[in-house]
Design a protein around this ligand. Structure first.
Ligand SMILES: [Zn+2]
Length: 117
């Protein structure tokens, strides 16, 4: 295994390996994220993915495409959000604009015509 980098994630030190478990291309059929997927998400999304929100504590994992539709869990189809923004998305019908990384959260009436950046 090749060690790429050591990084502090919350109160843990995480090791990211370049030839370890492939968490990017593996599709997990369960609804919950595996421990490896959680570590990868903590590595890539160290704060809420909503543009303008700098919350980095107690982030929640979110399936970008609803699990009830896909029936799979993938790190490349997930975001980490603070509790408030995750609630806006899952309960109030808000959505992150298409794409990856930090991006705007759109209110339900802004969703019509939204295009990837
Ligand atoms: Zn947030």
């Amino acid at each position: 295994m090749a060690l790429e980098q050591i990084r502090r994630v919350g109160s843990f030190l995480a090791l990211v390996l370049t030839k370890g478990v492939d968490v990017i291309n593996v599709t997990h059929l369960g609804r919950q994220f595996t421990a490896h997927q959680q570590t990868a998400l903590e590595w890539s999304d160290d704060e809420c993915q909503v543009l303008g929100c700098a919350e980095h504590r107690r982030l929640e994992r979110d399936h970008r495409t609803e699990w009830s539709i896909t029936h799979h869990t993938r790190t490349d189809d997930a975001d980490r959000m603070c509790k408030f923004h995750h609630w806006l998305k899952t309960v109030m019908g808000f959505r992150l604009e298409p794409g990856h990384g930090k991006r705007r959260m759109l209110a339900p009436d802004e969703l019509v015509g939204a295009r990837p950046p």
